[in-house]
Design a protein around this ligand. Structure first.
Ligand code: ZN
Ligand code: ZN
Length: 81
């Protein structure tokens, strides 16, 4: 599979992973790796962020979209998932 971002720019590069959000294939240059905190604890009583973090791969577009301020849009984004 080829990198989607590179294809948009008229290039062809082998993909190394997929965006978790939009499933676009991405090369090493275009893929973004972020920490995905894993929570544990008792539901509805206490949420604890566990020390080991999971990995989440995102493309630049989705990373920027997910990181934008979302006050007031939280419920909408929740529905979108
Ligand atoms: Zn690329
Ligand atoms: Zn994406």
């Amino acid at each position: 599979m080829h990198c989607y971002e590179c294809l948009q720019a008229g290039e062809t590069r082998e993909a190394v992973g997929l965006c978790h959000h939009c499933a676009a294939a991405l090369c090493a240059e275009h893929i973004c790796v972020i920490d995905d905190p894993v929570t544990g604890g008792v539901p509805l009583v206490r949420t604890v962020v566990l020390p080991k973090k999971a990995r989440l791969l995102l493309c630049g577009t989705c990373k920027a979209a997910l990181e934008q301020p979302r006050s007031g849009y939280t419920e909408y984004i929740g529905i979108e998932h």
